[in-house]
Design a protein around this ligand. Structure first.
Ligand SMILES: NC(=O)c1ccc[n+]([C@@H]2O[C@H](COP(=O)([O-])OP(=O)(O)OC[C@H]3O[C@@H](n4cnc5c(N)ncnc54)[C@H](OP(=O)(O)O)[C@@H]3O)[C@@H](O)[C@H]2O)c1
Length: 337
């Protein structure tokens, strides 16, 4: 079978097609013919060696993917040949709070990922695909969508009428917008691009802010909330945006700390407003298989369509990485296998 590998050294130039033997399932395992995979910012960092410089190579990249079961190993009861499935990001995190080992068992590093023709999974490492979506759409769910769902629903506990701020128009933020609207919230979306802001409006954003033009976008959020602040901020910028997220949040509101697109460390954050206003800063790490199954039901019942911007062929994988790196995409970048 064909696979992509980050071979021997980090760097996008070391992303190459390779041959590996077709897998045979052991007890409790199934073989999935991967049909599509999608990219997260994490995958780009992994490929260039910035996510985990100690990652062993070669590595089959990408955590997110969907496909069809083609072979069942002995003792498997959960699946049959032909079932359409998504890979669970943290393979052994099934429910409840994770332990450290569960958070180490993740696809696309340290475990081999989904950018391959065939892949073995333990029968517990998969979830059924939602109804009425394509393989490319389903391939976007394991990390990006589940992270957004965890932030909005599981930890966010967003109520109808609440105000949610989503930063930028990448994979996580667009899903956060869709789930926030599903929960009946008002959404304020930010972007560096007016064209993308038009698109988020079409997707249901109630108010928009160009964060390049309005660099003090926190003031705009306060104005848009009658100077009260938002209930929940989807923080994907990290250290570079956190101060403004703090000043955008209402007392007892929540910042879902998800990403570090604008920096992972800061020495000059003022933490006083967090305590003076009782703000909850909630770190988010994807979600469990139970959360994934719940999310997929919500996607089916509410007819949510993942927003796929570009779909590349398997051979065009390096171009898909370049697209993600350039940050010109809106929603998700996928690869058909
Ligand atoms: N904690 C977790 O479990 C988890 C899971 C998934 C992702 N993440 C992290 O979350 C972040 C987002 O991931 P992703 O896959 O959604 O990334 P992505 O698709 O690559 O998102 C890129 C977009 O983010 C926006 N952006 C960049 N810098 C920004 C800034 N300073 N302020 C506001 N928006 C900014 C831009 O939107 P515009 O072009 O519209 O300006 C850019 O196009 C990454 O840091 C990723 O590592 C964490």
């Amino acid at each position: 079978m064909k696979v992509y590998e980050i071979q021997n050294q980090f760097g996008l130039e070391n992303l190459k097609i390779a041959e590996r033997p077709d897998p045979t399932p052991s007890h409790g395992e199934v073989v999935v013919r991967m049909k599509a995979a999608s990219l997260n910012y994490r995958d780009y960092l992994m490929a260039i060696g910035r996510y985990n410089p100690k990652q062993k190579l070669p590595l089959i990249p990408l955590s997110d993917g969907a496909g069809e079961i083609v072979q069942i190993g002995p003792g498997v009861t959960k699946w049959k040949v032909g079932d359409k499935v998504c890979a669970n990001f943290a393979q052994t995190w099934l429910d409840g709070a994770p332990d450290v080992d569960m958070l180490r068992n993740t696809l696309g590093g340290p475990l081999d990922g989904t950018l391959c023709e065939l892949r073995i999974f333990g029968e517990h490492g998969l979830v059924p695909m939602p109804e009425n979506i394509s393989f490319a759409e389903a391939s976007t769910l394991p990390c990006a969508a589940l992270t957004a769902y965890t932030a909005i629903v599981t930890h966010g506990n967003i109520q109808p009428g609440a105000t949610v701020v989503v930063q930028g128009t990448g994979g996580v933020s667009i899903f956060a917008l869709q789930f926030a609207k599903m929960m009946g919230a008002k959404v304020i979306a930010t972007s560096s691009s007016d064209d993308k802001l038009k698109k988020v409006k079409e997707l249901g954003a109630d108010e928009v802010i160009n964060y390049n033009e309005k660099t003090n976008w926190d003031r705009e959020v306060r104005k848009m909330t009658n100077m009260k602040g938002a209930d929940l901020i989807i923080e994907v910028g990290g250290a570079g945006t956190l101060q403004k997220s703090i000043s955008s949040t209402k007392p007892w509101g929540t910042i879902a700390l998800i990403g570090v697109l604008a920096g992972g460390e800061s020495n000059n954050l003022s933490l006083f407003p967090i305590l003076m206003q009782g703000i909850r800063v909630q770190g988010i790490i994807v979600g469990s298989r139970r959360n994934f199954e719940d999310m997929n039901k919500a996607i089916s019942v509410n007819g949510i369509k993942p927003v796929v911007d570009e779909v590349y062929s398997f051979e065009e994988t390096p171009k898909a990485y370049e697209t993600l790196k350039a940050g010109k995409h809106f929603g998700k970048v996928c690869i058909e296998i």
